[in-house]
Write a protein that binds this ligand. Sequence first.
Ligand code: GRF
Length: 193
Amino acid sequence: MRKRVRTAIFISGRGSNMQSLVAAAQTPDYPAEIVLVVSNNPQAGGLAFAQEHGIATASFDHKAYKSRAEFEAAIQAVLTAHNIELIALAGFMRLLTAEFVNAWSGRMINIHPALLPAYKGLHTHERALNDGAREHGCTVHFVVPAMDEGEIILQRAVPVLAGDTPETLAARVLVEEHIAYPEALAMVAASLV
Ligand code: GRF
């Protein structure tokens, strides 16, 4: 088999997208290998899942660091120790500095719960509903210093239905996220090997 791209997933919470990437990476010939899960939140629910699946985890409580630069230096040291080649942000709720992002240019991707360039930032489902959007969805994109910018790798759309709440719409989008992210990670990893 070809060499697989050593990938770290960054999470802050439940980690359902991380779980979908871990599951996909267990299939034969998947071009990425998930070797590390990084969290800024030691309580992140996704950490237990990763540990149960034999994946190394590292938590960096951002509140314990004097600056973003020190926080990121600690993360980078662990990435280097694990020979990480590619980063997938999956619900990672800390902004990363331009220095860190630029160091990983073309090797860091993110999933956003909206059809970018629509609804950058937070509360995407509420905002789509308030606007009367007919269509919503998710985007996997390369990470650049400006938040939720960066080249789009792929998108999946869902209809907005009458009676939707932010929760029902989020759940419909999440189903697509769990399809889109493994597909996008495979595309990017295959282009790197
Ligand atoms: C997802 O909706 C993702 O698009 C967004 O944050 C959420 C993370 O959910 N960036 P999970 O932790 O992957 O379940």
